[in-house]
Design a protein around this ligand. Structure first.
Ligand code: C2E
Ligand code: CA
Ligand code: CA
Length: 653
């Protein structure tokens, strides 16, 4: 702190002898200055906000010394500039002034001495432009000391030619000292507060602060809609590392992992160290559980990268337990318990695992996310394949088409049915790529069978509504079919009615273009939706697949029988082909035949099988000498072979 010893003296700056009148005036001013300082000191004692004290100080000084400009300027932490914190008397002071000889404040900080000037326009020690531009003629700048380095400058100026006496300077310095005491105290308080709430090793918030932040986040959540989650991150086998490498190395690891954690979470999240080998993240955002799980994965990934320690490198894993706030009474304690329980389970599952507390959410989200990640690799790593199921013509008992059904041969989970991953592919947009792959494979296989069997075998491919609404789809499909060498008009697509209803105009447009390019269009799962056949008339459809549920109930439910009859009758009237899917019994087949259904498909005739098996099945039923009757309709072998010959002739011609 700077000395103020000469503050109360009865000489003016010039040292000239004073008249009694001068003396009286000087006494009065000293009394005012004294009073002002006492007031500022008093404010400094009770006021902990430095800013409030600064505001008071500049106002008091300008008033006491009757000045046009008074301000407090702070030396920026990078020492590159001096910022004006507060200023009175001038409407538009600059917000930043130069350091060093670029300004009076800079010069004061440079010399570390009060700088007094009577005549700014003729000043040569520093550049006074900033002040002369404001119309200032004379003034003083004194240093406000801070911790280890100056805090800044208290500066006082006037537009008049004025001689600032030693007393004036001392008064200003005394005021600056009151400020610097407060700066110092604030810094100490801050340091104490920081130390009480932070972990000294990593600098992260400690358990106390983490729980406090969690409480605040939960309070905000009760007022809004944010998702709040607590994630506990426990470094696997850290005790072992600590024992084997020593505690210094253990500390290095903790500091390195703390940095990874800090880099991974967003600024709005709190990353904390809550015990020796346990970190926590408090997540608060509008995102959902998926985002939280993704964050956990990123954290796990960050911990997995090798850490330089004790001259070598080590990788770590962490077990992560996640609790997501639910209900209105979620509190820090209950969240901590839930996250702890989840972490315990994660530990049980093995190193590097994470667990969500809520069992249901956990199961759903995790399985979805696993499927999604794995599915991304499925195509490139050749894990997808197509199975085919023949479609048989009822009067002849002859397989005339096959439906392609996608399968996923997962390296760990075995064969995954399409209903478990098609919806995920649709949600994530992967369906476009997957759908294209299915089409290419199916067309390719279809063309191969057509060559081998010399038959115009049709191939049907299931397409998702999301593919159908893409305007480029028609051209893409036609192009794929053409490239594969498939006979013209042998490719059919199976679409579901929901897309026709929800996206009528887009679907109509694409389906018409597909139809124009010679593709067969079949409406799948018919009867499960709400549309009438009349409505469907507006679409360029070739046939309808009667949903399996009606075929199921066909032999023991009169109602289903009536529905199937109605569908078949209407299709006949509308010139639409009818296919019954899921035919499992001979009784069902007999009834369908009696109702006039044209095509059947189901386990009774053939299960979906690999391309090789279906190829053998087709060859056996279409080409070989011991052609069997697939259906119980009394077809004779010779008539069947005659038809076959005709078809082969047709293709060859
Ligand atoms: P879907 O188009 O209705 O396919 C018929 C489903 O019935 C197939 O199940 C088939 O294996 C099964 N099935 C065939 N005959 C019988 C039978 O006699 N009894 C019984 N109980 N079931 C029979 P899968 O292969 O599990 O396919 C399920 C659904 O997944 C398909 O229903 C289709 O909607 C979708 N799907 C399959 N492959 C693809 C594809 O490549 N792309 C798209 N977008 N969806 C596909
Ligand atoms: Ca289908
Ligand atoms: Ca179906």
């Amino acid at each position: 702190m700077r000395g103020v010893h000469a503050w109360f003296s009865f000489t003016e700056g010039t040292g000239a002898k004073m008249t009694p009148r001068d003396m009286e005036r000087a006494l009065a001013r000293h009394a005012r200055e004294h009073e002002a300082l006492a007031r500022l000191s008093e404010i400094a004692l009770r006021e902990h906000q430095l800013r409030t004290l600064i505001d008071e100080t500049v106002a008091t000084i300008a008033d006491t010394l009757d000045l046009e400009l008074c301000g407090v300027l702070r030396l920026r932490d990078d020492d590159e500039a001096i910022e004006v914190v507060c200023s009175v008397g001038q409407p538009d002071p600059p917000s930043v002034v130069p350091v060093g000889k670029g300004s009076q404040a800079g010069y004061a900080l440079h010399t570390r001495e009060p700088v007094v000037t009577d005549d700014l326009p003729s000043e040569t020690r520093f550049d006074a432009t900033v002040l002369t531009d404001l119309g200032m003629v004379s003034g003083v700048a004194v240093i406000i000391e801070g911790y280890e380095r100056p805090y800044g400058v208290l500066s006082a100026h006037t537009t008049r030619q004025r001689r600032f006496s030693t007393d004036d300077v001392n008064f200003l310095q005394a005021a600056a000292n009151v400020l610097s005491a407060t700066v110092e105290r604030g810094r100490k308080e801050q340091a104490t507060r920081h130390a009480a709430l932070h972990d000294p090793l990593t600098g992260l918030p400690n358990r106390t602060l983490a729980l406090d932040r969690l409480d605040l986040a939960l309070a905000r959540r009760r007022r809004g809609k944010a998702t709040v989650a607590l994630m506990l991150i426990d470094i696997d086998r850290f005790t072992m590392t600590n024992e084997s490498l020593g505690h210094t190395a253990g500390d290095e690891v903790l500091a390195a992992l703390a940095n990874r954690l800090r880099e991974t979470v967003r600024a709005s999240d709190t990353a904390a160290r809550i015990s020796a080998d346990e970190f926590a993240v408090i997540y608060e955002s509008g995102g959902d559980v998926r985002d939280i799980v993704e964050l956990a994965q990123r954290i796990a990934g960050g911990f997995g990268r090798p850490v330089a320690v004790g001259g070598g490198e080590r990788s770590f894993t962490a077990s992560i337990g996640i609790a997501v706030a639910e209900g209105s009474d979620a509190n820090a304690a209950s969240m901590l318990r839930a996250a702890d329980a989840a972490m315990y389970r994660a530990k049980q599952r093995g190193p590097g695992s994470y667990e969500l507390f809520d069992a249901e959410v956990r199961a759903q989200v995790l399985s979805r996310m696993h499927t999604e990640t794995a599915l991304r690799h499925a195509i490139s790593e050749d894990q997808l394949c197509l199975h085919y199921q023949p479609i048989v013509e009822v009067p002849t008992g002859r397989p005339v088409a096959v439906e392609a059904l996608v399968r996923w041969e997962h390296p760990d989970h075995g064969l995954i049915p399409p209903l478990d991953f098609i919806p995920v592919a649709e949600e994530t947009g992967m369906i476009a790529e997957l759908g294209r792959w299915v089409l290419e494979q199916a067309c390719h296989q279809g063309a191969a069978w057509q060559r081998q069997l010399a038959l115009p075998l049709r191939i049907f491919v299931n397409v998702s509504g999301l593919q159908v609404v893409n305007p480029a789809f028609a051209d893409e499909v036609a192009e794929i079919a053409k490239r594969s060498g498939l006979l013209k008009e042998s490719l059919g697509l199976e679409v579901t009615e929901s897309i026709l209803i929800e996206e009528k105009s887009a679907a109509l447009d694409v389906l018409s273009r597909l139809h124009d390019r010679g593709l067969r269009l079949v409406l799948d799962d018919f009867g499960t939706g709400y549309s009438s056949l009349g409505y469907l008339q507006s679409f360029p459809l070739d046939g309808v697949k009667i949903d399996r549920s009606f075929i199921d109930g066909l032999t023991d439910d009169d109602n289903d029988g009536a529905i199937v009859r109605a569908i078949i009758d209407m299709c006949r009237a509308l010139k639409l082909a009818t296919v019954a899917e899921g035919v499992e019994s001979e009784a069902q087949l007999v009834q369908l035949q009696a109702l006039g259904c044209e095509f059947v498909q189901g386990h009774l005739l053939c299960h979906p099988m690999s391309a090789d098996d279906v190829g053998a099945f087709l060859a056996r039923h279409l080409l070989s000498g011991d052609d069997q009757r697939l259906l119980m309709n009394g077809q004779t072998r010779s008539r069947g072979r005659l038809r076959l010959r005709r078809r082969v002739d047709a293709i060859e011609a």
